[in-house]
Design a binder for this molecule. Sequence first.
Ligand code: PLP
Length: 751
Amino acid sequence: MEIYLDANATTPVLPQASAAALATMADDFGNPSSIHSTGLKARALMDEVRARARRVLGAPDGQLLFLSGATEGIQTAVLSALAALRGRRDAGEALPKLLLFGATEHKAVPEALKHWNALLGLHLQVLPIPVDRDGRHDLAWLRAHAPRAGLVCTMAANNETGVISDLDGIASALSGSAALWMVDSVQALGKLPLRLSGRPIDYAPFSGHKLYAPKGIGLLYVREGAPFTPLMAGGGQEGALRSGTENMSGIAALGAVLAAVEDGHTFRNHEVLASYRDRLAAALRDAFPGVVFNAPSTHCLPTTLNFSVPGLTSKLLLDLFDAAEMRVSGGSACGATKALPSHVLEAMGLPDWQVSSAVRLSFGPAADAQFIDEACARIRACGESLREHCLSVPAPSLLRPLELLTRFVVDGACCYVLADPASRHCVVIDPLPELTGRLSQWLGCRDCTVVAVLDTHSHGDHASSAAELRGALPHALLEGAPLDALGWPEGAEEITLGSLRLTKLAIPGHTRDSTAYLLHSAQGLQRAFVGDTVMPGALGRSDFAQSEPLAFGPSLRKLADTVGPHTLLLPGHDYDDRFACTLSTECAAQPLLARVLRGELDAAGFAAAKAALEKNLALTAYQTVACGARVDGCAEGSTVEMAPAGVLAWLPKPSGLVLVDVREPYEGRLGPAPDLGGTVRQQAVPLSALLNALPDWLALPAETPILFFCRSGHRSAQAARALRRLGHVQAWSLAGGLALWPRARDAALSV
Ligand code: PLP
């Protein structure tokens, strides 16, 4: 059973609401503008729902319009207020200078303000109202700025944190100002008594789908006498304030939800909801020691919890919860390639780690005790899974399997643990400050003996955390001899890890001390850790103050002479999840690099060509620093996505198809095993250990299809792109991942 804890995003439709919607479609399908009996019945239903909404919202007077949802309501309110301001300006009146919005508003509000401000040619200053650490508006600031404001927008309750605004405090800060006031009441519907008419609120938009009505129906309250300009002109519906035939099934469903609010039985009261919230919070504390709640429960909706766990990103937590069939939301909106930090938590001034680890858990007021019990049990199971996999303390002392290579990534910077699984001796390469705690726990859990902590160079974008990590390691280091600045034992030719050997090669260029570490096994040279000298998809960096462009070309040639064209190179940064490269792949992707290696460009020519290339690509300063000079774009061209129909066509064939689950082990234990097809060879290779499997996959016959899969198709696409870029053209990713597989498979089979 799915545990849906993302009610602030949307809710399922209440059974009585869908029944009401179906009845209007099947029986009472009239157009409320028709004057025959069928139309009159529809109008009566609409009037009845509007009257109910007036009671629930405390709005006996003013206008209450049906429209498509809050975004339309916000546009209508902003247009109305700004059109009135423009009218005053055209009449020669001096205009207020500011349009104010709470810094934690939903994006629909500031975007609407900017849009209509520009479109109406007002060009007023659009300013955020600061909030304090608890997410509440700075009322002194508001009081000081209100006299110069034409419109003030503040929400009733925040969608990410559940923080409830002090509406009476805001009203008092606005008293004496002529500013109009919009209160985005989306998250308050059915959860807070709003008393709209009792407050000097001019506009209040709502969306039905946040409270068990379907999407596409909403309300806008407009105070009696507040300026109004219709957004939609046409047939004159809604008293010509909002034209377009009314969404009668949506209105009927909303009516059923409002009836449920009024009947007092369907939804739990505040005390019960708060007790549910407290139980969920207790489960989170048990599961994730050190969990921090990002807003104080004393002035939050009882149905929202926003929390962060030290050392765990939102992405990891989301994958974990999803594996346990629990739908929650990242405090950050995850874009296709990067997690965008939450503007709400940033506005509250929370530390970066709290912002990047935030998760929102929200439920609707129809939740019951059994649902909360199950949610708490699954939260505890998530914590247990993390403990078992050493991602949380206290970790049970089990001897866990150890891979040759494990990669950790923080904002594109890579850190590697290289281990000899037999002796459990290992070396950490390029430790990152953010990882000290996690690495020491990870190594301790696996009973690793750390032989060395190495840097490939003195870093430009962060300090080496080698000393810090050495101090935090649970076991004594084996380092005996004095170390050089990068952590290599002075005078040593090599570092041995069981049968593995690590040697070093000076490759000055990126920095004066840039060094490659070469990994040899009995079979020969296996991999090279090259720091920022070669980055997949980008020219190696030579843009830091201490870099030596003159040494760059000779160093690259020295590397090429030592490792040859096909050794896997592991970079110090990997912004686009390419995992590894070879000089052969990079020369194919980067003609400039090929010319350097062929000795056709000296270092000065290389620097000039690189500068010209950066200019041609019109890279922003950020991209130049972050990516070096990208020469083959951030994403590879051809698609790796394989639709379920394609997968189904493969499965019965004896094609040697290899299926690879790239989810992390802590996700695997929480849900049922994926069923992708009977007898096919299936491997589990989490992304963090992908580097181990690359050589075997690259050694397969070129026509062997390898299909990666994960929860949503994002990580599997990364793996497939990386393998394809390294030369295996039959690397694919299951489009939509396991989340969509059952439905997509059934649809494909039914064709
Ligand atoms: N305002 C708030 C506070 C919201 O939470 C949302 C939806 O998430 C909106 C506005 C926009 O609502 P809709 O997308 O239903 O138009």
